[in-house]
Design a protein around this ligand. Sequence first.
Ligand SMILES: Cc1ncc(COP(=O)(O)O)c(C=O)c1O
Length: 431
Amino acid sequence: MKLLGKTSNAARAKKHLPLSQTTYYEDPLTLVGGSGTRVRDNEGNEYLDAFAGIATTTLGYGNTEVAEAVADQAKKLVHTSTLYLTDELLDYVEKIADVAPEGMTKAFVTNSGSEANETAALISRSFKKSADFLALEHAYHGRTLYTVALAGQSQWRNFGPDMPHVAFVPNPYCYRCPLGQTYPSCGIACAKAAKRVIETATNGAPAAMIAETFAGVGGIIAPPLEYFKVLKETLEPFGTLLIADEVQTGWGRLGDGMFGINSTYDVIPDIITSAKGAASGMPLGICITRPELADAFKGPHINTFGGNPLSTRAGRVTIEVIEKKDLIANAKRQGARLLAGLRDLQQRFPLIGDVRGRGLMIGVELVKDPVSKEYATAEAARFLEEMRKRKILVGRGGRWGNVIRIQPALIFDDSDTAEFLKAFEASLAAL
Ligand SMILES: Cc1ncc(COP(=O)(O)O)c(C=O)c1O
């Protein structure tokens, strides 16, 4: 396909990118630049971005502090490998020890969330001397072999992950309770079900259970506030470690603290993994834990790019800017306004089955009918197109692709929120 003598990007992608690499929209969007919460395409359109490159551009596009730090570092030193120390790496892990929960003072630094989760699996397996693992139904932890085996959604388990042994625990998906119960009278039965899963589907002492603090790809599933306490208590008699996957929920997104598991849920896990928003768009992953766990893995261990000076410097600056600009409080405030506005729309549009989330991690589940809760998958795809027409970007998730994901940069302000809600309403009306 040629446009004005030039091959379209859709045609170029079809020729040279694997078809599995899916893009949003019937006519994929090519992005060329951005500033703050706005991003531009190659046709000169500007969009309010409420998805932030999958919850990743924490400080927005073109943040000066990060850009200047990266430019300065690029001139000084880009790469060393983990065979050498750098001040940038050490400054970063010291900063992490400051913001992580008490006692979590050591960190493996990686390039991505998948790698951070692989590292968490490696160290917990070494520590517990057990190969069995637990994960949640509806989970997503990455695209490496181990993390695909941990996926709780069939479409993401698509290359035969038959090596690691993983047993699945029901997800705290209250809107569609897998146990057919109702919160709070359920007594968090889904967390307690981990006991039965351990006793019947594992070696009796799984090394760890990995759980996203909120499921992201699975459709912004926000567990009840008691959930992680009950889960931890259930795992403890078996000596099973708890790994909190904060790849999406980290860096203040839930509006309570730097990580959701301790600040929202008041639980200190054994390991925290994160990535995405860690360096506001620069590739950076991290696996944070206590010294006895970190050092249980005897190595040798290297990571060519992990902990590189460019990403770790951007990571440190990202945390400093979050603190300096009080962006966690902003996430809380804008999140509350967004949730209130969306719940108001829910009263008027039966297409909205559920509105859930916290801070700037919000999901709107679309259903064909609020009673039958039939998945409105095609409608969700059309909704994204309608929002695009109104120059707003949102994401889509859930096992059936019917959940609209709202995960903007932490700098989303009052006028962004007002503009967003207006476009959301108009897009629902257009459907
Ligand atoms: C919760 C969670 N864990 C892990 C990952 C994998 O991260 P990455 O794509 O950086 O490998 C993702 C990515 O979406 C994620 O959402």
